[in-house]
Design a protein around this ligand. Structure first.
Ligand SMILES: NC(=O)c1ccc[n+]([C@@H]2O[C@H](COP(=O)([O-])OP(=O)(O)OC[C@H]3O[C@@H](n4cnc5c(N)ncnc54)[C@H](OP(=O)(O)O)[C@@H]3O)[C@@H](O)[C@H]2O)c1
Length: 282
């Protein structure tokens, strides 16, 4: 007896087949997901399209071999995922607009491109959903912010939620909060990697070899994350369990807090938000 599929999704077209599309595709290719009607992807180069030759459920088109690649890919697709660089979104929508199915849902992962811009570029019957995934989607541990456009129904939103749940968790927010969400979870993996880099340098300075330092720090981050996930405990409580009164950890935490770590995160995310606004203003 075969195990029932956990998720069933309608025909999906990815316009753009780079890192982000690849991450979501990984989720869709899991045995627990069935995409009825198949998956189409498009790329600029034939070389990228050729990399899907061995993936039976994916039909790849490229603009190098066929100027109609994007238009062909969206025909009859229910979900059309815009996974090109943000500056290309208006151009790609202008190209495919007239070929979109009347009940299609255009799902953008492009940073900074507004629902209003996209809704203006597609026929009035086509719904738009704007999203902000993050790179841990590559390993099924992403978190994606999802904002419904003005025409998206609850069913459309449920489909988009199901799509991104194949690669992690989903948080629905109004579009006005999506840039702020991006400064937390979109950019967040970079903050974590920076902390890993810095603590590794500190470990080397304390006399450990590069490989020992890497093992100590990376295993500590992974272990702490797993502990947080497995216990579901409040992180402040987990921190207290490592921090005996008048002990060594307490001394280190005092130094980090005296340096204004929480204010630093406020300023870092404010800077990211200000940059998002500058980019949106062109
Ligand atoms: N990477 C992230 O961390 C991240 C996180 C959140 C959101 N995003 C968003 O995801 C989007 C894609 O980013 P990415 O990092 O995946 O970029 P990427 O790796 O550069 O991928 C872009 C893809 O678009 C293809 N392409 C270029 N022009 C095209 C066209 N006219 N029609 C169809 N496909 C075309 C490229 O084809 P070739 O491969 O042949 O060049 C490539 O496969 C961006 O809008 C970004 O804001 C990315």
């Amino acid at each position: 007896m075969t195990e029932a599929r956990a998720t069933t999704l309608p025909t999906i077209a990815f316009l753009g087949a780079g890192s982000m599309a690849g991450a979501i595709l990984n989720g869709l290719l899991s045995p627990r997901v069935e995409v009825t009607g198949g998956i189409r992807v498009t790329s600029r180069t034939a070389a990228k399209a050729a990399s899907f030759a061995d993936v039976a459920s994916v039909t790849a088109y490229d603009l190098e071999s066929d100027a109609d690649a994007n238009r062909k890919a969206v025909r009859g697709a229910k979900l059309v995922v815009l996974a090109v660089k943000p500056y290309l979104v208006p151009e790609v929508l202008a190209e495919v607009g007239s070929e979109l199915a009347s009940d299609a849902v255009v799902v953008s992962v492009a940073a900074g491109v507004t629902v209003a811009t996209m809704e203006a570029a597609v026929p009035a019957s086509v719904a738009v959903v704007r999203t902000m995934p993050n790179t841990p989607a590559q390993v099924g541990r992403g978190v994606t912010g999802v904002s419904a456009g003005t025409r998206a129904t609850a069913d459309d939103l449920a489909l988009v939620r199901a799509l991104f749940e194949t690669v992690g968790a989903v948080v629905e927010v109004p579009e006005s909060q999506l840039d702020a969400l991006s400064t937390i979870s979109g950019s967040g993996p970079a903050y974590v990697f920076l902390l890993v880099e810095e603590l590794t340098k500190t470990a080397v300075a304390k006399g450990f070899t590069e490989s020992q330092a890497k093992l100590l720090v990376e295993q500590t981050f992974l272990g702490a994350s797993e502990l947080l996930a497995a216990t579901g405990a409040d992180p402040a409580e987990l921190r207290r369990r490592v921090t005996s009164p008048k002990g060594t950890t307490e001394k280190a935490i005092e130094v980090l807090q005296a340096a204004g770590l929480s204010g630093l995160f406020d300023r870092a995310t404010d800077a990211a938000l200000a940059r998002a606004r500058e980019l949106a203003a062109g």
